[in-house]
Design a protein around this ligand. Structure first.
Ligand code: C2E
Ligand code: MG
Ligand code: MG
Ligand code: MG
Length: 287
């Protein structure tokens, strides 16, 4: 029976990789048209500042309004285009779009920041600094300072010299960096010191487990102390309940994000949501 199962497993695995190869080819074939026909859209998920009890800004999360398949999340296509020419093209689209929104916010006196996710191959690639400079061209300092670039902790571990060089470029260009999914990448303390990110974003897995698993809470607590010692701003992602929020505030997190407040939304509803946000009634919105 074990042999049977093993055999079935093998067949399934092979089919899976066959499907994912076909899926990958399809995504790459369609991505050019998706860019040209404006099928990519940024959704916005609010980030809440605990001390000020206000919406601090949004994380921009990519969606593909696919002509046949409907709205696709990044899990359906981003990995497929990583290390193809589209990684940078899509990355630049996201950067330019976020900066255009920050300009709008500025002209409408809306004080929000926007966090943008960078793919590993874009951030580590040779064209990154130039792409960022071009996207920020003519952008005044007060707009630049509202842009936050999210780099995965695992990316930061990949090619340390390149990472440190590109972090320095971000600093020179007046843009903040956040280490995303922090805690999953095993940064050494020395590397943590050298990674001059202004913000640390605790991975959702710890936030989810924290209430039932003391080990996860200990990890969150350790990340809080580390961030405080190095004067980094700390954001917890994946907050889904009042209990999680209360614990994270108690531990000393500065900001929170998660379905408890809101799912990611298209721009207009996100701005409406933020305009109506009221700390006291935030629990009512979680349903
Ligand atoms: P991430 O940057 O860690 O983003 C958080 C993800 O968790 C988002 O999924 C968000 O919708 C989801 N999320 C937020 N709050 C909660 C919660 O309370 N519970 C649960 N279960 N999930 C929550 P999404 O939008 O599917 O994005 C997945 C990942 O795709 C992102 O993880 C990010 O790494 C990547 N991504 C998204 N947009 C972009 C982009 O424009 N460029 C690049 N390079 N990567 C992107
Ligand atoms: Mg992120
Ligand atoms: Mg994350
Ligand atoms: Mg993530």
């Amino acid at each position: 029976a074990a042999k049977e199962a093993g055999k079935n497993h093998y067949v399934l695995f092979d089919l899976d990789s066959h499907h994912s190869r076909k899926e990958r080819i399809r995504v790459i074939e369609q991505m050019g048209a998706a860019l040209a026909q404006d099928e990519l859209e940024l959704y916005y998920q609010p980030k809440i500042h605990f001390g000020r009890r206000q919406v601090e800004g949004f994380e921009a999360l990519l969606r593909w309004n696919h002509p046949e398949d409907g709205v696709l999340g990044p899990g359906h296509f981003l990995d497929h285009i990583e290390y193809t020419e589209y990684a940078c093209k899509v990355g630049n689209f996201v950067l330019e779009e976020a900066i255009a929104r920050l300009r709008d916010f500025h002209s409408r006196n809306l004080p929000y920041s926007i966090s943008v996710n960078l793919s590993p191959s874009h951030f580590l690639g040779p064209g990154f600094r130039e792409d960022l400079e071009r996207a920020l061209c003519d952008c005044p300092a007060e707009i630049r300072s509202r842009l936050i670039l999210e780099v995965l902790e695992t990316t930061a571990l990949d090619d340390t010299d390149r990472v440190l060089e590109h972090l320095a470029a971000c600093r020179e260009l007046g843009v903040d960096v956040s280490l995303d999914d922090f805690g999953t990448g095993y940064s050494s303390l020395d590397l943590f010191r050298r990674l001059t990110a202004q913000e640390i974003k605790i991975d959702r897995s710890f936030v989810t487990d924290m209430l039932t698993n003391p080990d996860s809470e200990m990890i969150v607590s350790a990340i809080v102390s580390l961030s405080k010692s190095f004067r980094r701003r700390l954001l917890a992602e994946g907050i889904e309940s009042a209990e999680a929020e209360a614990r994270l505030i108690e531990l000393g997190c500065d900001l929170g994000q998660g379905f408890f407040y809101s799912k990611p939304m298209p721009l207009a509803p996100a701005l409406e949501w933020a305009a109506c946000f009221d700390w006291e009634s935030r629990r009512d919105r979680s349903a």
